[in-house]
Write a new protein. Sequence first.
Length: 402
Amino acid sequence: MSRYRLSPTPAQEAALAEHCGHARFVWNLAVEQHACWRPGRQGAPGFAEQCRQLTEARAENDWLRAGSIVVQQQALKDFAQAMANFYGRTHKRPTWRKRGRGEGFRIVAVKPGDVRRLSRRVGEVRVPKVGWVRFRWSRAVPGGVRSYRVTRDRAGRWHVAFAAVPEPISAPGTGEVIGVDRGVAVSVALSIGELLHAPGLREAERARLLRLQRKLARARRGSRRRVKVKAAVARLRARESDRRKAWVEKVSTGLARGFDVIAVEDLKISGMTRSARGTLAEPGGNVGQKAGLNRGILAAGWGRLVTRLEHKAPGRVRRIDPRYTSQTCNACGHRAAESRESQSRFRCVACGHRDNADVNAAKNVRDNVRDTAAGHAVDTRGGDRVAGPVNREPQRDLLLVG
């Protein structure tokens, strides 16, 4: 997806919000239909049947008929795909959509003339029943666009994302392998010795966020003051998210360009960030500490980094079993929990080897790839080819912004 910032007029913004409301309404109706289904009952309606029901609903309700049929049908199509992903065990079951969260809709059957450039920094996209909406032309729009999605985040910003398959980044062809260790105190540690930190809010911004959160807790629900404070909090959160996404793009691009094979730990992030609250019958312990750890993991951008690496370097990302990588000495191979003296210090109790603990783990991740696939490298097309043994250490450093 190539995303751009929309600049709608107040009238266009109201029309876009109406499209979002229609898409949310249709989606929630589909969720309700499937929620009522139980084994032994008649099957829940599929996409074709739901489209027929949507036609009847539009005939009976003027406010629904005033909206775009494309927006409403695509909401049903998206729900059908979400259910297919759920039954395929690749995603969770689709749930209710709430106003102000995940607002958006999708447009398909886009014609070549529906996206045009007005000037060096301004473009336009045609939205059904809204007209031409301007967006910031921050980079070239991919050719052959067939669909796009319009979204609105919690900070009130509108974006348009054009569906396009990105071109993979060619491998350098040097046969170099790099190990990536992800953590909380250090977001990314590389086997070449670099420690990278995901950017967040500055100290003054964190203090302002804390003040706003306290003010939000005192505000009465439904009041204008609460709406205003929530918007201010959302703007700070959006700023933090934008910085993290930009950092992930820079790091993933640098890794894809600098190395043939990128080894990462195969972490189950959804399980690692699950709440420790427990149930009424069996309440959990250390809930506050676990919640803080979960926030740290999510703020480090673990999942997004690997996802973008797989997009930019398809076939060149290796997922490695993470067990004992932080307890094993990279110099002699001795494994002991006592060797990791602290979060940052590693001293092998057998041979005395010293290193940064995260860098030592990243080197173990890298070497696990070499042990399991010795004598193999990746060519510039992303496929495997037979080659000679690779050098143990890369010949040049990777320059990244961390």
